[in-house]
Design a protein around this ligand. Structure first.
Ligand code: UT7
Length: 332
């Protein structure tokens, strides 16, 4: 195949959320909050929480198995596993290797990408580049996070917004007008302390002191993150569209990272789109970090909101700070 016309297409997609549901009413009984506050400030009504006996790789395997089944691709044909996560089973090795072993993907290479809430964009962009270059034929891209494990249940600023989940796509090479048309990735490390997990890494290894001071939990400056998010997501959307040679008016569906309904509304307004052109499921899942865009994309294709030939705009934003966008034409 001529690499100049070679493009990465989404040949299969799947997602998974844990069975256990935590509602706003449950949270009302746990902390000083209210359903009214959470719904009006975030748009979230409930989220799914991973059972104690399961871990991130288990969710990733479920989503990836569904994506391979959807594509009709046997495990032996997968060349590469890219797992976007900030809540891997271990600090190392890559959880992608654990997924590889659990799924019997014996012919694949595997590594993690730690780009938090924009991880799905980073992993999908990386996978697309590998496919387009001709290095790999079948790349499994997964976004999975058990973020509830890093959430301080005493921090009402944080614990109401996050939920657990996973989503996966299988990328294959195509040579039609379908597939990934453009990718855009940007970051600003100056914002790294707006959203981070202070302890557990090399800078602040686990100790009695870090545990006593609850430093293994997520710390977030919600207001600052909020302010940056709408601006960055809008910029990512415009950059990705520009590089695909498309306009906002060409977008059939926007699938944004689901962090806060007000962030999505602000970005959509700045872009001149309307909310009925946007996939929203934050009410049922909250912010599932690296899973959120894939989860919303999978739901959209399952409920018939995306048809072959549609232009789909994926937009993410997260810790780092990081942001990015992808434009694709749906279908194989
Ligand atoms: O995934 C990508 C990265 N993450 C994000 O994009 C998250 C971005 N930030 C947000 O979504 C919002 O900032 C939050 C949902 C986290 C907070 O909403 P906010 O409207 O920005 O609230 P705030 O931080 O300005 O706080 C307003 C008030 C405060 O009370 P006082 O000081 O005005 O008395 C908070 O203590 O709301 C209070 N508050 C709560 N009240 C009830 C904060 N959290 C809660 C809560 N329930 N859960």
């Amino acid at each position: 195949m001529n690499n100049a016309t070679r493009r990465a297409v989404i040949a299969g997609i799947g997602s998974y959320v844990p069975e256990k549901v935590l509602t706003n009413q449950d949270l009302e009984r746990m902390i000083d909050t209210s359903d009214e506050w959470i719904v009006s400030r975030t748009g979230i009504r409930e989220r799914h929480i991973l059972e104690d006996n399961l871990t991130t790789s288990d969710m990733a395997v479920e989503a990836a198995t569904r994506a391979l089944r959807h594509a009709g691709c046997p495990a032996s044909k997968v060349d590469l596993v890219l797992l976007a996560t900030v809540t891997g089973d271990y600090v190392f090795p890559s959880t992608a290797c654990i997924v590889q072993e659990k799924m019997g993907l014996t012919n694949a290479g595997a590594f993690d990408i730690g780009s938090s809430c924009s991880g799905f964009i980073a992993a999908l962009s990386t996978g697309a580049a590998f496919v387009q270059s001709g290095n790999f034929q079948n790349v499994l891209v997964i976004g999975a996070d058990a973020i509830s494990r890093m959430v301080d249940c005493k921090d009402r600023n944080v614990c109401v917004i996050f939920g657990d989940g996973a989503a996966a796509v299988l990328l294959q090479a195509g040579h039609s007008d379908r597939g990934i048309l453009s990718t855009y990735i940007k970051s600003d490390g100056a914002g790294c302390r707006h959203l981070y997990q202070p302890a557990g890494g090399a800078k602040l290894p686990p100790s009695l002191d870090t545990i006593t001071n609850r430093l293994h939990y997520i710390k977030m400056d919600g207001r600052e993150t909020f302010k940056q998010a709408a601006r960055a997501m809008t910029s990512a959307a415009f950059e990705a569209l520009k590089s695909a040679g498309l306009e906002v008016s060409d977008v059939d569906l926007m699938v944004p990272h689901q962090a806060n309904i007000r962030i999505i509304q602000a970005a959509v307004q700045r872009m001149g789109l309307s909310m009925d052109q946007v996939a929203v499921n934050i009410d049922r899942y909250g912010n599932t970090v690296a899973a959120s865009i894939g989860l919303a994309l999978d739901e959209s294709q399952q409920n018939g909101r995306i048809e072959a030939g549609d232009h789909v705009l994926l937009v993410g934003f997260g810790a780092g700070l990081t942001w990015g966008g992808i434009v694709l034409r749906w279908g194989v």
